[in-house]
Design a protein around this ligand. Structure first.
Ligand code: PGA
Length: 253
């Protein structure tokens, strides 16, 4: 049984970012232990630019990454920690210790993964988890086939994901083959989910995730199991959603 979701369709990625930043700031303002779950990739970049341009209380803000590569040197600029520090933590004036990531050094074990989950609990839980959607429907590095009850764990990346993530590396062959990701059940543990999708290349998978069955084959479909999931899409990504469907509560402009 699904809970549905709220779909907001905006004309362009810029308006998506403005709406997303507003929702994020509202969610964090309601928390005495504000924790923002952050995503990497291209989609959230305008949202991060918008957030860093706004003024809101970051005095207690903690950032938690969805996933991280395994095996990169600690000072690699291609790591997701480095990206989040550069794009969000430093502009907001947050020290590096307020950026938390799944275990990624050496060989993460079920024990270190469980410690990460316990650490999330100790932070007070994630108030809002920002998500992108991969062309294959992944969220975090939960590739198709990931169990809906999966938790933080080590995963092998698919060839498609390696190719899609090659930009910060000299070539796709330098992209690590393994990563540690929050599981689907971990993601569903956040108090609110905000999935962002922009561009025509996301239209097909967005339709599958939102209107097809909820299935491990399309990890993003799992957001429909969450009681508070919001999807913000630009018109290009939303163009295959018949927003008049009962299944889709659109509040587009
Ligand atoms: P993208 O990646 O934002 O670069 O399209 C999305 C994802 O892989 O989650």
């Amino acid at each position: 049984m699904t809970n549905g979701y709220e779909l907001l369709v905006e004309p362009t990625p810029t308006e998506c970012a403005e709406t997303a930043a507003g929702l994020i700031i509202e969610a964090l303002a309601g928390s005495s232990t504000p924790v923002l779950g952050v995503a990497t990739g291209l989609t959230p970049l305008p949202t991060y630019a918008e957030l860093t341009a706004r003024s809101f209380d970051v005095s207690h803000l903690q950032l938690v990454l969805l996933d991280e590569y395994i095996g990169l040197p600690a000072d690699s600029e291609a790591s997701f920690r480095a990206a989040v520090r550069r794009l969000l933590a430093e502009p907001l004036g947050l020290p590096p210790e307020r950026v938390h990531a799944p275990p990624h050094e050496g060989a993460p074990t079920p024990e270190t993964c469980a410690q990460f989950e316990a650490h999330l609990g100790a932070l007070g839980g994630i108030d809002l988890q920002l998500l992108g959607i991969g062309r294959n429907g992944h969220i975090g590095f939960n590739e198709p086939g990931s169990a809906l009850d999966s938790r933080t764990r080590v995963v092998e990346l698919t060839a498609e994901t390696i190719e899609d993530n090659a930009a910060p590396f000299a070539a796709a062959r330098f992209v690590p083959r393994r990563a540690c990701t929050q599981g689907i059940a971990t993601i569903l543990g956040a108090r609110q989910l905000l999935l962002l999708a922009t561009g025509r290349h996301k239209a097909e998978i967005l339709r599958t995730a939102l209107l097809g069955p909820v299935t491990p084959d399309v990890p993003a479909s799992a957001i429909r199991l969450h009681p508070r999931a919001v999807v913000i899409a630009d018109r290009a990504a939303a163009h295959l959603l018949r927003t008049g469907d009962d299944d889709v509560r659109a509040r587009g402009r």
